[in-house]
Write a protein that binds this ligand. Structure first.
Ligand code: FES
Length: 174
């Protein structure tokens, strides 16, 4: 009988190998989504931080907010590098070119400029009536509790370049 055991894998060992393999497979299936959840935002941030994107000619920018769309390359651990579309309200404010994010700070709808006839010189959010002043400051008494975010901005060779979105610096906080 001991000769038989020495020749190969015992039934018990075989069962242990199978259970270890299946257990490992199931554990990997549970851990992989958690890893993705933990790592993915960091990778996306790193990807979108890579460089400024030309959006408009400096000579086209006026004091009236105008919406510009542009594409940004985003790195993702699963899908690799991808292009995503973004939009910014770009204009001169107190002599300085600025670019505001159109994403409402209440629940993330898209704001537009001058579409509310009652408040033509404000940003208006169609979802819950949020409003923002021209510098992005949220109007008290409307749902948003923070100013619209602002894009990093540079002007080079007559082009307006936009980078990462960051908290609004011109609205004086809110
Ligand atoms: S999402 Fe803009 S006011 Fe609610």
């Amino acid at each position: 009988m001991s000769e038989k055991k020495d020749q190969g894998v015992s039934r018990r060992q075989f069962l242990n190998y199978c259970l270890t393999g299946v257990g490992g497979f199931l554990a990997a299936g549970m851990v992989a989504p958690m890893l993705r959840f933990a790592i993915d935002p960091a990778l996306k941030k790193a990807g979108s931080a890579g460089g400024m994107v030309p959006v408009a000619s400096e000579s086209d920018i006026t004091e009236e907010p105008k919406s510009y769309s542009f594409k940004v390359k985003v790195k993702d651990v699963w899908t690799g590098e991808q292009e995503t579309s973004q939009t910014a309200w770009v204009y001169k404010y107190q002599g300085q070119i600025i670019a505001l994010s159109p994403i409402c700070k209440h629940l993330g709808c898209t704001v537009s400029w001058g579409t509310n006839k009652q408040f033509p010189n404000q940003y208006h959010c169609p979802c819950h009536g949020g409003r923002y002043e021209k510098n992005g400051k949220n109007v008290p008494g409307t749902p948003p509790m923070k100013p619209l975010d602002q894009y990093q901005l540079a002007v080079k060779d007559g082009k307006v370049l936009l980078g990462k979105v960051e908290p609004n610096k011109i609205a004086g906080g809110a």
